[in-house]
Structures are given as C-alpha cells and as structure tokens.
Design a binder for this molecule. Structure first.
Ligand code: GLV
Length: 319
C-alpha cells in the first residue's frame, strides 16, 4: 500500500488528487507537528506533503526509509535540506508561479500601508481617537517619484517592480535575474538611494542578515523597508536598534525572525512597523492552486512521471 502523509489540513480537492495515488494520512490540526510527531507521521510514508514550518533534514530523512518525495506547499524551500534529499534519492518539490501575483500584491499592500500610515490611522478611528478632519495628522508619502529598490529580481520581485512602475516610481534592482526594463545597481547603491527597499530573495546562507546594522545605516533615514521574503534576511535586533535610533519612515513585515513573532516582541511597540503573520500567498484561489500543485507533484513522482516542479530532478532518473 502506498502511503502519503500530509503535515497539515489541506483542502478536499487536493486530498482527492492524492487519494488517486495512495492512502492519505493527514495531520489533523491547524498547528504543525513537532519534530518527533513529524518523524512519526512520515516514518512509513512513501510521500510527504509538507509545509514551510516542517524541517526536512538528513536526520529526519534517515527515519523515513520509504520516502520518495517531499512536496512543499510553498515556493520557498529553506525548510528542506535539498542535498540531503538528493543523497537519499528523495525528490524535493515546490509550488512556484501560481503564487507570484498574489504575493506581489501583498508586498505592494504593505508598501502602501506603510507609506500612507494606514494602520495608525485605522487604529485611531477604531479607538475613538477620530475627533475631526486633521490637516496635518497621519501624513504619508506619495509613491510617484520615489525610488523603489527591489532586492532580488525573481518572479515576485519583477511583479512588484512592475506595480511600482505603474505607480510612477523609479524602479531599480540588485541581484536576481537581469531585466532590460529596470536599472540594475549594486546593493550598496540600492540601499543608499532607495526610498523604499523591498526584499525578494530566498533565505540562504548568503542572504542571512543581509539587512543588518551596516545595511540599515546605509539606507536613507526616512526610507521604508518591506519584507515578504523570509524573516532571516533582516537582522531583527539591528532593525529594532535602527528604529530606536529614529531611523526609517516605516517598515512592513510579512515575515519575521523568529516566526511567529512573540506577542511581547519590541517590534510591535513601533507604530510605524506593520507586521503580518506570513500571509503573502494567502488568497483563497492561490492557496487552492498551491495545494493542487503540491499534490500533483507527489502523484507524478509516485507514478514515475515528471512532476511539475522538482528541485532535484536527477533523483527521478534513478528511480
Ligand atoms: C511562502 O512563504 C512560500 O514560500 O510560498
């Protein structure tokens, strides 16, 4: 019997796709399994549909001798040790493309929210602090004419760049693919000249704390910083220090380090910081597409056909 383990509740459509290929066991909770529960869940599975909260590394894989595929319900895969998968002949799959526009829209939502002080203004209205029409309160920044710096021009970064251009911003980028549409600059120039810095790089050793004390000191004092990539790209302590020093007009974070960010974390004390609980791809349609794609990756590997998005296709030829 082929067994497929799913590490969180997913929608019935994706579950039926998986049921066409094997018996499905689903972790029946809104909270993730802890590492030992995860190992138990995957121990006798041929396939695992995993989330970015599940750490898939060599020591876990060594406890799952039957496993042939892990399919992450995400485009990011820093939770998966891909070389460890490859060494054990396990295919590692992801769900890119279907979430590009949704994620870019959330990045731009954060950008507008921070630029126009939407959260402090909405809080004032809700909390009885709306006494009149204020000529000089909740003043934001107009986007047109500002410089938007995209760090990491991948699919999502490019979509955000196009939105910025449509709002009349001067768009520059550092890192990622090359584009004729936008001006490529060094990271140093981007940090020094951008009014808004938006992060779109994956979490890797090279991007860990890319935005630390030094980068923050190079940014304009009244710049805005938006992160919809991974929390570890920003050094959280350095960010708190910069904010305490009066730097930055505003910050929008959909991802944090640590994640979830504890409710008593100092970052919540800054009115000019907007924090969201990692919802960038969370539209109904997109999460359904992601679940479907994650399931189809699994079915394809189990049926020895080509999965839509495999990070280490070399393991498939040996299967
Ligand atoms: C979400 O963060 C993803 O990587 O899809």
């Amino acid at each position: 019997m082929t067994r497929i383990a799913v590490t969180r509740r997913i929608d019935p459509g994706a579950r039926s796709v998986l049921e066409s290929a094997g018996e499905v066991t689903m972790w029946d909770s809104d909270l993730p399994p802890d590492p030992s529960q995860l190992a138990e869940l995957l121990a006798d599975a041929d396939a695992g549909l995993t989330l970015l909260t599940d750490r898939i590394d060599g020591s876990l894989l060594d406890q799952c001798s039957k496993l042939r595929v892990v399919s992450n319900l995400a485009v990011g895969y820093d939770n998966i040790d891909v070389p460890a998968c490859t060494a054990r002949g396990v295919a590692a799959c992801t769900t890119p493309n279907v979430l590009t526009q949704t994620t870019a829209e959330l990045a731009f939502t954060l950008l507008l929210t921070v630029a126009r002080q939407v959260i402090p203004a909405a809080d004032a209205a809700r909390n009885g602090d709306w006494k009149t029409w204020y000529p000089f309160r909740f003043l934001g920044r107009d986007l047109a004419g500002l410089t938007l710096g995209i760090v990491g021009l991948g699919r999502i970064g490019l979509a955000v760049a196009k939105m910025g251009e449509a709002f009349g911003m001067n768009v520059i980028y550092a890192g990622g693919r090359s584009s004729d549409e936008f001006r490529k600059v060094s990271l140093d120039e981007l940090l020094r000249t951008s009014d808004i810095v938006s992060l779109h790089v994956p979490a890797t050793p090279a991007t860990h704390h890319l935005i630390g004390h030094d980068a923050l000191a190079r940014m304009k004092r009244d710049a805005m910083l938006i992160n919809t990539a991974r929390g570890s790209v920003i050094d959280t302590d350095a960010l708190v220090a910069a904010l305490n020093d009066g730097r930055l007009f505003g910050v929008g974070l959909d991802v944090t380090d640590p994640e979830p960010l504890p409710a008593d974390h100092p970052l919540y004390e800054f009115e000019r910081v907007t924090i969201l609980p990692h919802i960038a791809s969370a539209s109904e349609a997109t999460r359904l597409k992601m679940s479907d794609l994650a399931a189809k990756n699994i079915v394809a590997v189990l049926e020895r056909t080509e999965p839509p998005h495999c990070l280490n296709p070399e393991v498939l030829t040996d299967a």
